[in-house]
Ligand binder design. Structure first.
Ligand SMILES: [Zn+2]
Length: 75
């Protein structure tokens, strides 16, 4: 479960995926529902993960996602 941070969104006591279930006041999601929400958002807004990557400049003819993450974590 994702923990709340000082800045940004705050937990409300209801799962943020939209399932309507109650969660603890320190959590945004029931276990696994963060992934469900992520997948739903990608599907709704982009259609597929490939389209998501392409739209953000990643992919075989663009930026290398794995290298970009590694560089950020090392930097
Ligand atoms: Zn949920």
């Amino acid at each position: 479960m994702e923990e709340a941070v000082t800045n940004g969104p705050r937990p409300t006591g209801t799962c943020w995926c939209g399932c309507g279930e109650e969660v603890g006041l320190r959590s945004f999601f029931l276990p696994g529902h963060d992934r469900k929400a992520e997948a739903a958002l990608i599907r709704l807004e982009y259609g597929s993960v490939a389209q998501l990557l392409e739209e953000h400049g990643y992919g075989p003819s663009g930026k290398n996602l794995t290298k970009s993450l590694r560089d950020r974590e090392l930097g």
